[in-house]
Design a protein around this ligand. Structure first.
Ligand code: FES
Length: 144
């Protein structure tokens, strides 16, 4: 008799517990604030500090390293310096107009596209903007 009661209780409480957990999960979803995507715009350099075909490594206020490349008179690209293969730091080769990863020979063109070696994806790129002589970079971060 006791065994039967225990089984009955178990069969009653398992579905109740499952339903309670589900309702709690749904409720938490509405209570906790959603992470919002925030765009940061930072000043990087003055245009005259970056000659055409040259690059310049900068570090933003959150410690993210970026490489700026001035591809023509009015165009500046901003890319992550982190190789998409195993995370080594890429270097700009001005004479070849390419990024080179010394770890396993990965190569990226001036737009960050893979042109040789093992990297599986292009370098992360960031939109840039010229306002007069000022170069700005845009970052998207999750906030919250
Ligand atoms: S880490 Fe860059 S090619 Fe392997």
């Amino acid at each position: 008799m006791e065994r039967r009661d225990a089984l009955k209780n178990l069969l009653t409480f398992i579905p109740l517990g499952t339903a309670f957990a589900g309702i709690t999960a749904i409720g938490l979803r509405f209570i906790t604030p959603k992470k919002q995507e925030v765009t940061r715009r930072i000043f990087a350099l003055h245009l005259e500090e970056l000659p055409v075909n040259a690059s310049r490594k900068i570090t933003d206020l959150r410690g993210k390293d970026l490489m700026l490349v001035r591809t023509d008179n009015q165009e500046v690209k901003a890319m992550s310096t982190v190789c998409t293969h195993l995370g080594c730091t890429v270097q700009w080769e001005k004479d070849k107009q390419e990024f080179y990863c010394p770890c396993h020979g990965g190569r990226f063109d001036k737009n960050g596209k893979v042109i040789a070696g093992p990297p599986p994806a292009p370098l992360d790129t960031y939109p840039t903007d010229l306002e007069g002589d000022n170069i700005f970079i845009y970052f998207k971060d999750k906030n919250g």
